[in-house]
Structures are given as structure tokens and as C-alpha cells.
Write a protein that binds this ligand. Sequence first.
Ligand code: SUG
Length: 445
Amino acid sequence: MKQFEVNFDGLVGPTHNYAGLSFGNVASLNNAKSTSSPKQAAKQGLLKMKALADMGMLQGVLAPQERPDILTLRRLGFTGTDGQVLEKAAKQAPAIFLACCSASSMWTANAATVSPSADTADGRVHFTPANLTNKFHRSLEPEVTGNILKATFADERFFQHHAHLPDNEHFGDEGAANHTRLCSDYGHAGVEIFVYGRYAFDSSKPAPTRFPARQTLEACQAVARLHGLSDEGVVYVQQNPDVIDQGVFHNDVIAVGNRNVLFYHEQAFHNTQAALAEIQQKYGDDKLHFIQVNTSDVSVEDAVKTYLFNTQIISLPNGEMAIIAPTECQENPAVARYLDKLVTLGTPIKQVHFFDVKQSMRNGGGPACLRLRVALTDKEVDAVNPNTLINDGLFERLNLWVDKHYRDVLSVDDLRDPQLLSESRSALDELTQILKLGSVYPFQR
Ligand code: SUG
């Protein structure tokens, strides 16, 4: 039996824009209202997917969501034709309107938490879409995310889909962005690390004071229960509240794991030594590489600016690990110096590849935000919707599709244009045919 980690990247949607929607996410706030390029954003994402496929990785793609979200605007009382709904919402409630236009589903690290079959009680791969309750614009995603995941992983013999957790701050869940897994090989039972920012029911416990902690311990525990994970295979770790207050709104902005490597900043966790000891104890006797980056080498501020930890660590077919980093890491002297040193340290990480994902970075989304990791056996790979796996043909087809439907430039004011709604729907309708997803969007149902 062969085992793989397949990255499913989010395709950037046609309304990609900078609306400053994410309090606590420094890049989102700093770039609010600047002009975006949906076409460039989608193409940057596609180039990353193609490059990983060319490195011999299995690479998938997840469809974006329907935006502007007319259904939600109607739920909020805006009436008339779709055009009138847009016009009224943009005029009467601009903040709500902008939230309903966000292309934020592109960051599929927040789509769901996924547990591979080697870890779960029933031997199936489990998916729980994230409820993303902390941000209104993101809380609109889980229903359609569930539809897209079911259309991508349809075979019930292998895949189990759960409903997202109750839509409430007590169970705030941001999906795989706060979850990583260590294992000797993808198909072997591993240790799933769930990282939370606060306790839902105990305000005496440590919590950030400036920016919100989006994920609760209780949400992590619920997902672990739903997925049938054994206590021996799970570690819950609290994020350091101080780094949340410095702009680390998800744990994947300050730590990332792959197989026997955990790469993290020294300030990432609340109680680092206890966490590492529990991880090692549950992992067993085999060697784990804990690669700690000290503040004296890279400050938290530089980590947030460059997304050094929002890199993907992938295992290449030749057994070496490579880091997939944003070009911002190359441009920052301290981070570039650190990465030069990292590949000489004798850890499994031997290569660094830089990618320009600036359109996404300006909203606080690096290479790792753009992908959902799904560890699969060869049989499970065969059960995935094959039209969602990137190859030369699909790459070319999706580029042509972007050229046909996406705008080069988009300003926040353009979002009220009814023509954009119709362009987006035509694009998504065609996309569901290319990826053979069936009807996953409200406008198709
Ligand atoms: O949830 N930005 C996203 C970025 C998500 C990054 N994901 C991970 N770290 N895994 C967020 O804050 C900004 C949208 C705007 O401001 O227009 C936004 O939603």
C-alpha cells in the first residue's frame, strides 16, 4: 500500500479583493481597499499547484465559493432582483455587503480539519468543515465548503463528512490552520496536534487581550471526538496569547509540521516544553525533529511579515523534504539568512523553493493557507474525484478558464457591479463542469 499527502489548493475566486475584513490579521488591515487582480491571484495559485505537481507531488484543487453571496444578503432582509439586492446592500450596509463579496474560501487551510484513515476509529478519512465563526465573512463558507468536499471526496466507503460545529464562538473552529499531524509515514497512525487560542467556558485561563483567539479548546476536542481519534494520538496545545496579540491569528502563521518534523517559533506555544514532551511521548521512540527558530534569529514581527512558518513542508518522491515559501521570505535578510542555514542543519529539510503568491499574501494568506492537506492511501486516491487532480491538461484548462472569466483589476467599488455577479456565476457554472462537481452552489440549486 502506498501513502501520499495530497495538497488541495483553493482556486482564487473572481471577486478576490482587499476589504480589510480580518481584525487581528495585520496584512488584511494594512491593505484594506487597495486594488486587487483576481486574474493574477488565480494564476499565482495555479502556478504553485503546477510546480508541486511537477515535483512529483499529487496536487488537487478545490473550487471557490459563490460571491457576492446573494442568498445571505436575502437572509439579511435585502429584497428584489439580484441586482437590486446588491445595490441596496452596497448602499445601506456597505460593511455587510463587502463581507458577502470576499473570496476568502481560497484559503483552504481553513476549509476543514481532516483526519487520515490511519488515525480514525472506523478507518475512513474524516472531514469537518470549519465554522469560522470569528469573522462574519468567513462564517458564510462552511455549507458550500461541505458541498465541495463531498463532491471531491464522494465515496462513502472511504470518506466520512461531518457537519460543521455549532455556529457559536464557544466552538470557534478554523480547521486545518490550527491542526498539524506528525507521523513516520502518511499511512501510519500519527499524532494529531490541535492548537487552540482560548478556553470557551473558563475566562480565568490565559487568552489574548488585543486581538481575538479564533479557536477554542472545546472546538478541537469536538472535532477529535467526531473523527474517532484515540486519546493516545492527540495532543492539544495552547497558542501563546502574546503572539496572537502580535498578529498570529492562526497557528499556521507560527508553526508547521510534516511527518517527523515540527518547525516552530520559540514563542509559538503557551507551554512549549510540556507540549513537546507530550508530542514525543505519544509519537513513540522514533526520532522527531523539533526545529525551533529563536527570536534572536527571526522576530515574531518578521515571521508575520514574511510568513516563514506559513510555508508548506513537503516530502518529495526522493525522500527529501522541501520548504515551499513565499518570495517575501527571500526579500527579508534575517529570514533569508535563516533559510540558507536551515538546509545545512542536518534535518530532513534540504531544499527551499520560493513562490510569488503576493495577491494572497496581501490578505494574510501564504502558501500554507492556500492548501488543505489530505493524507491518502493509493486506494483512497483512486476514490477521489479524478477531475480535481492537477495535471498538464487541467492546468491548461483552468488557465484558459481564468483568462475567459476573470478581471485583471478589481477595486472594492467594482463589487457592486451586477455584471460582476453574472460573470462570477458563469465562471463557477463552467468550473463545476470542468471539475465535474455537480451542483454545489446555491445559484445552481
Ligand atoms: O481568515 N484573510 C484570511 C486569511 C486566512 C489565512 N489562512 C491561514 N492562516 N490558514 C483570514 O483572516 C482577509 C479578507 C479581506 O480583508 O478582504 C481574510 O479573510
